[in-house]
Every structure is written in C-alpha cells, then in structure tokens.
Design a protein around this ligand. Structure first.
Ligand SMILES: Nc1ncnc2c1ncn2[C@@H]1O[C@H](COP(=O)(O)OP(=O)(O)OP(=O)(O)O)[C@@H](O)[C@H]1O
Ligand SMILES: [Mg+2]
Length: 153
C-alpha cells in the first residue's frame, strides 16, 4: 500500500494525465491530497506591472489575490468531485512558492508519493519539464512521479 499520495496541480492540461495515472494505481492508494499553490511570484509580477502603469496597487493586489483564490477553489471543487469517485480526498489551496509548499505539505502530511505533471500552464514545447516539477524533484524527500504530458495511460 502507498497510503497517502500528494497530487500537485495547477489545473492545466497535464492534470488529466495525473488523474488518469492515479486511477490506474487506485488499488494501492488510501488517500489523495490535492494541492494547488497560488504563486506569490505571479501576484508580485502582475502588481509590479500595474504599478508601472501608474495605478495604485494595494486594493488591486488584494482583489487579485481574492479572485485567484476563488477561481482555484472552484477548480479544486470540480477536481475533488471527480477524484472522490475513487478515493478519499483531501484538498489544500494555499499561497506561496509552489514547489516549496508542495514539498512542505508532502512532509507534514507524511505522504508516500508526490505526483506532478511534467508541464503546467506555460507548457513550453522545448522544456523537458517545468520549473515547478523540476524544483519538486530537487527538493522532495519523498518519491516523486512525473507524469509526462505525452504519456498514454
Ligand atoms: N501553482 C501550482 N500549484 C500546484 N502544483 C503546481 C503549480 N504549478 C505547477 N504545479 C505542478 O507542476 C507541474 C509542472 O508545472 P510547471 O509550472 O513546472 O510547468 P510550466 O508551467 O509548463 O513551466 P514554468 O512554470 O516553469 O514556466 C504541474 O503539472 C503541476 O503538477
Ligand atoms: Mg508553471
């Protein structure tokens, strides 16, 4: 048995392959913890550009933060409903540096496996894997499965 598995998603295309992989190994999975991290760096980047355009950022930044979180909660709800057909499911929506949060949660939840997609929202054709999945592989103390976007599951 694998016990708990952490599934990191940015709700991009690769999520589908990750879900398909989890369903293939469902017999050995006790619980799936789905994690989405609102990327702090993205918020700063958008807010910095807004400031550059001469707007005041404080209110905008708070609104942006709220909207991104709401959108993530909606996406998470849909994904949870799908996964609940096969697993006990826990969800985490948090803010920060995605890879750091994923690794931290994997440790605090004491999962036996982390599942990430090879690519995410940027989905660069030339990149072997994205920077978040690379960072998770580098920093995780738990085994990591990278599900390729090209995988047929
Ligand atoms: N914000 C996030 N929260 C949770 N998991 C994430 C997040 N961003 C990426 N991931 C995980 O990492 C995988 C690869 O995404 P990643 O962001 O590394 O690639 P990319 O978006 O194509 O490239 P980059 O972000 O480096 O420009 C995703 O399929 C997902 O499993
Ligand atoms: Mg990305």
């Amino acid at each position: 048995m694998l016990g708990k598995v952490l599934f990191a998603t940015d709700f991009s295309e690769c999520t589908e392959n990750g879900v398909a992989f989890l369903k293939r190994i469902k017999e050995v999975v006790e619980e799936v913890i789905v994690v989405y991290v609102v990327d702090e760096k993205e918020i700063t980047r958008i807010a910095t550009n807004i400031a550059w355009l001469g707007e005041t950022t404080k209110e905008y930044e708070e609104e942006l933060r709220k909207k991104l979180r709401e959108r993530a909660e909606d996406e998470m709800k849909k994904l949870k409903e799908d996964l609940e057909k096969d697993f006990k499911v826990g969800t985490v929506v948090t803010e920060g540096h995605p890879a750091e949060e994923i690794v931290r949660i994997a440790e605090s939840e004491d999962v036996s496996l982390i599942v990430v997609g090879s690519h995410g929202k940027s989905n660069l054709k030339s990149a072997l894997i994205g920077s978040v999945s690379e960072d998770v592989v580098r920093k995780a103390t738990k085994p990591v499965t990278v599900v390729r976007r090209e995988a047929s599951i």
